[in-house]
Design a protein around this ligand. Structure first.
Ligand code: UTP
Length: 409
């Protein structure tokens, strides 16, 4: 892209300030900035008004039935055998979403590099590999393990895996891809700059995983090798089962397109998205979209009507994902603290939110599927998220849960 085309494009979106320092930049800086302008998806800015309508535009929400832990126990043999067969037949791959910035944890490296051990080193990535290895050992099958990073943490992540010899995983089965970035804007919709020659960008949310995965060529490669199911999961839950044969078997046996692991909420106001029916189709609504009345609503048996919280561990059928990818994902506009250069060219790291980031969310993919089962897992055995340094969902609470499950720290 040349200067003139960039200028026209920016004027169209009222973002001319991006070229403010252009004349003073070096040749390299100029070409980097023009390349960034070419890569940025400016149409995201059109969501600034639309976002506020997202939750208002919801369909009719109703409670959903899950495959409960009791149902699973009753069908365990059938589910387990079906899941094991699918894995042995090479139909399952695991996709780790590790492109987030983990700002709440306040750790300056990729979250997976955090050492959760106490008397020994035990990294978050290592916990996840250990969990996946259990299934490799059970099925005697290497499961393709794909890791999504972002531009910001890709090098660190790949080097860390290499340095640690992939924590014992077969490196031939490990691959990485980088998710796309989105620009950040101030509250007036003006794109922020992180330096004179760089637009402030951040990973475009965990819903961006599939389009970036396809663009990387890895999706086609895996499907051509026979992969039919993708278990997609978050980096921060150190207790989760990955490529869990029982979960895979339950989704296959019930003939659904997708599945989402859920836990029973401990408190009506717990801040987790919940699985529900929206216009009779499975969907997930965020905790802030639940009214007080819905959060406290009870069924005839006294259980919370919206009790199944999602833990970001999903199973997707690959052919359905291709269909979903043709639809446009909702874009969420989120208030964030975004470092930027002010008019004196000083880099400011704000203490309170100063602008918006644009994100798509994987939870929106559930409603885009035709069918999904909420699959209940036992909370203390499978849900130990590391979101914060202290308090709820923290390093401390995850350590306690790991120990409770017999993992040496
Ligand atoms: P979170 O919603 O916890 O976001 O991500 P985060 O960026 O990691 O952390 P905070 O909010 O700044 O503290 C849930 C999962 O989605 C991944 C994360 O890496 C994590 O596994 N994710 C999130 C991405 O892969 N890309 C993104 O753009 C955002």
């Amino acid at each position: 892209m040349n200067y003139e085309t960039a200028k026209q494009l920016l004027n169209k979106y009222d973002q001319g300030h991006i070229l403010k320092f252009y004349d003073e930049l070096t040749e390299t800086e100029r070409s980097e900035l023009l390349k960034q302008i070419e890569d940025v998806d400016f149409s995201l800015l059109e969501n600034l008004d639309a976002e506020k309508k997202l939750s208002v535009n919801r369909g009719k929400i109703k409670p959903i039935n899950a495959v409960t832990t009791d149902d699973i126990a009753r069908n365990s043999e059938k589910y387990l055998n079906t899941g094991i067969s699918a894995i042995k037949a090479g139909k399952v791959a695991a996709v780790l979403l590790a492109g987030g910035q983990g700002t709440r944890l306040g750790f300056d490296k990729p979250k997976g590099m955090f050492n959760i051990g106490v008397t020994k080193e035990l990294y978050i990535f290592e916990c996840l590999v250990n969990n996946l290895m259990k299934v490799v050992e059970l099925t005697k099958t290497w499961i393709p393990f794909v890791i999504m990073t972002s531009e910001k943490n890709n090098k660190d992540t790949i080097n860390f895996f290499k340095e640690h010899n992939y924590f014992g995983y077969n490196s031939e089965y490990v691959s990485f891809f980088i998710q796309d970035m989105a620009p950040s804007v101030d509250f007036n919709g003006k794109i922020l700059m992180e330096s004179r020659s760089h637009i402030s960008t951040s990973p475009n949310g965990n819903g961006g995983w599939f389009s970036s995965f396809v663009r990387s060529g890895l999706f086609d490669k895996l499907t051509s090798q026979g992969i039919e199911w993708l278990n997609v999961f978050a980096v921060d839950n150190v207790l989760q089962k990955i490529a869990d044969p029982m979960f895979i078997g339950a989704v296959i046996c019930t003939g659904k397109d997708s599945g989402g692991k859920v836990v029973a909420k401990t408190d009506p106001n717990e801040k987790v998205g919940v699985m529900c029916l929206e216009d009779e189709k499975p969907s997930i609504i965020e905790y802030y979209e639940l009214t007080d009345e819905m959060a406290n609503q009870r069924m005839a048996d006294g259980e919370l009507a919206y009790k199944f919280g999602v833990i970001l561990n999903y199973l997707f059928k690959t052919d359905k994902l291709i269909e979903i990818n043709k639809q446009k994902m909702p874009v969420h506009v989120v208030d964030k603290k975004i470092p930027f250069i002010d008019e004196n060219e000083e880099l400011i790291s704000p203490e309170t939110p100063n602008g918006y980031k644009f994100e798509t969310l994987i939870l929106d993919m559930i409603h885009m599927n035709d069918s999904c089962i909420p699959y209940e897992v036992i909370r203390n055995k499978e849900f130990a998220p590391v979101k914060n340094a202290k308090g709820v969902d923290s390093v401390e609470s995850a350590r306690a849960l790991l120990e409770e499950n017999g993992i040496e720290l």
